[in-house]
Design a binder for this molecule. Structure first.
Ligand SMILES: Nc1ncnc2c1ncn2[C@@H]1O[C@H](COP(=O)(O)OP(=O)(O)OP(=O)(O)O)[C@@H](O)[C@H]1O
Ligand SMILES: [Mg+2]
Length: 208
């Protein structure tokens, strides 16, 4: 999901995480984002939603883990190499702020999903690079894609949109609010130009 800022990505996906944990007893749900703090923040939302449901008390509740009485676990992890290894068979993996989760972390997370599990990746775009950009722009049907721009969110009216646009530069507004995977305004060469500089006509240099 490529969505604008503050449209409810984290809240909505917290509900999805809780839904899986409640309705699939014994399931594992992983929440991964660039930092432990961000992942814990999402887990806090899950806990608040769980409390709001008036369910039985969780059997374990720490800063980075919620264990339900049905045996389901929701674990929040940082998107850093090493820490996130060792989990398997997750029914749901949520990648929040996905465009900022590095490629190698995504590669290490992929095998942790169960064969009948799902990966939900949500983010504002962040330039024309990385697995989130490639997955979103790819023509292959690997991912189901959704885009929610600022114009489609009830959180924003015309006045607020105009204020945000005036306060931010063109790149940030296009990226964070119109969900465009664009070149940054600080790069010297546009990505189209860089792509055009590559050719398969030149033979690969093979060192002896
Ligand atoms: N469906 C909704 N209806 C009303 N308010 C909502 C809804 N979903 C989220 N909110 C509120 O909107 C605010 C932003 O929600 P949330 O943090 O989930 O958005 P986000 O897209 O993850 O934001 P960010 O881009 O900062 O990560 C919060 O105050 C949240 O309580
Ligand atoms: Mg969020």
């Amino acid at each position: 999901m490529a969505c604008a800022r503050q449209v409810g990505k984290t809240t909505t996906t917290s509900l999805k995480a809780l839904h899986v944990a409640v309705y699939e007893p014994g399931s594992l749900v992983l929440i991964i984002s660039p930092s432990q703090r961000q992942s814990d923040e999402m887990l806090l939302r899950v806990k608040a939603l769980y409390r709001a449901l008036g369910q039985a008390k969780p059997s374990r509740d720490s800063g980075s883990e919620l264990v339900l009485e049905n045996g389901s676990r929701i674990v929040s992890l940082p998107g850093t190499e090493g820490t996130s290894r060792g989990f398997a068979g997750a029914k749901l993996i949520v990648l929040d702020e996905a465009a900022r989760v590095p490629d190698d972390i995504f590669a290490s997370v992929l095998p942790m999903v169960a064969s009948d599990g799902a990966i939900w990746a949500l983010s504002t775009p962040w330039g024309r690079r990385g697995w989130f950009f490639e997955g979103f722009e790819s023509r292959e049907a690997t991912w189901e894609k959704h885009r929610v721009t600022v114009y489609e969110s009830a959180q924003y009216d015309d006045v607020r949109i105009a204020e945000v646009r005036a306060a931010l530069g063109g790149f940030v507004f296009a990226s964070d609010y119109e969900c465009v995977f664009g070149d940054t305004d600080t790069q010297l060469f546009g990505s189209e130009l860089v792509r055009a500089a590559f050719t398969s006509a030149v033979k690969e240099l093979v060192l002896p």
